[in-house]
Design a binder for this molecule. Structure first.
Ligand SMILES: Cc1cnc(Nc2cc(F)c(C3CCN(C)CC3)c(F)c2)nc1Nc1ccc(F)c(N2CCCS2(=O)=O)c1
Length: 308
């Protein structure tokens, strides 16, 4: 029987580790909602004896912004990224009948950096924050070698693998920079995380490795504020803008205060060297911002001094 055409048609799937059969994907509970879909904890249990692997499954929620095309690009992006500091792709699950598909990824039990920092505030040292920062930096350096701009680098999109390892997740907004240019121009901005955006991204929808560096500076700020909701970037910017949310638009007012050299304030008890790193990431002119390898070296140096 296994030699009949039907079995031949089916059997290759079993050998393809990246194809997950929906009937073996056991739903456990929701993990969260991102801008492009929801993520659920599942167990892939083909033997049906609960010995299967826990996986995080991202389901597409088609809304005005995201389409199946965008989701397929996100899947394609993640499937070719192989880096210790980027969440691992496991495969895809095509649902029988229905058109949709799901993205299957490794499951990291400690959740996002935000929840982790809030819950572990008392035993996360500045040295550990610098370790996390250097890992995010290395992940971004790797992305840059493939000409990817993440465009949504924020603490909410960083996952905690262990107390000494974090990974970049959620490549829903990631784009490849065309070979003949040094930046990516977005046409439909959609739901933009403008409080993590560089001025040129706010003003001209221009995204580059240097705009990712700006967002990295905001992630550093979030880290050294222990991801405290009272000092999250949106709240601090809105306080500075004032709450006249009419005209001009919030992004225009944000662009103005950044133009007038306002920046997120130094986090409480933050070493001057670390705040100085953030300020380098927030230089108005993107050409003067450091690149991720410079930042990585500076972070390693500060970590050395910390050790002495
Ligand atoms: C790929 C992946 C691997 N492991 C994990 N582990 C994970 C483990 C957890 F306990 C939690 C939480 C912890 C807190 N309590 C209250 C609820 C569950 C958790 F949130 C995540 N999560 C992944 N992805 C993911 C999940 C959820 C997401 F909202 C987002 N997104 C973030 C913004 C865009 S997003 O949708 O991509 C990605």
């Amino acid at each position: 029987v296994t030699q009949s055409p039907v079995w031949r048609a089916i059997s290759p799937a079993q050998h393809d580790q990246t194809l997950f059969e929906e009937r073996h994907l056991r739903y456990i509970h929701p993990l969260g909602k991102g801008n492009f879909g929801s993520v659920e904890l599942c167990r892939y249990d083909p033997l049906g004896d609960n010995t299967g692997e826990l996986v995080a499954v991202k389901k597409l929620q088609p809304n005005k912004q995201s389409t199946l095309e965008d989701f397929k690009k996100e899947v394609k992006t993640l499937s070719i990224l192989h880096c210790d500091y980027i969440v691992k792709y496991r495969g895809v699950c095509y649902s029988t009948g229905r058109l949709s598909m799901s993205l299957v990824m490794e499951y990291l039990p400690n959740g996002s950096l935000i929840g982790y920092m809030e819950n572990n505030r008392h035993n996360v040292t500045p040295r550990r924050m610098l370790l996390f920062a250097s890992q995010i930096c290395k992940g971004m350096e790797y992305l840059q070698t493939l000409r990817y701009v993440h465009r949504d680098l924020a603490a909410r999109n960083i996952l905690v693998a262990s107390e000494s390892l974090v990974k970049i997740a959620d490549f829903g907004l990631t784009k490849v920079i065309p070979c003949d240019k040094e930046y990516y121009r977005v046409t439909q901005p959609g739901e933009s995380p403008i409080f993590w955006y560089a001025p040129e991204s706010i003003n001209e929808s221009r995204f580059s490795h240097k705009s990712d560096v700006w967002s990295f500076g905001v992630v550093l700020h979030e880290l050294f504020c222990y991801c405290d909701t009272n000092s999250n970037p949106k709240r601090l910017c809105m306080q500075e803008i004032g709450h006249n949310v009419q005209s001009p638009s919030i992004s225009m007012q944000l662009a103005n205060i950044l133009k007038n050299n306002w920046r997120l304030p130094a986090p409480p008890n933050c070493q001057p060297k670390v705040y100085n790193l953030m300020k380098q990431c927030w230089v108005y002119n993107f050409e003067e911002r450091p690149c991720f390898s410079d930042l990585g070296n500076q972070i390693e140096t500060i970590m050395q001094d910390e050790r002495e």
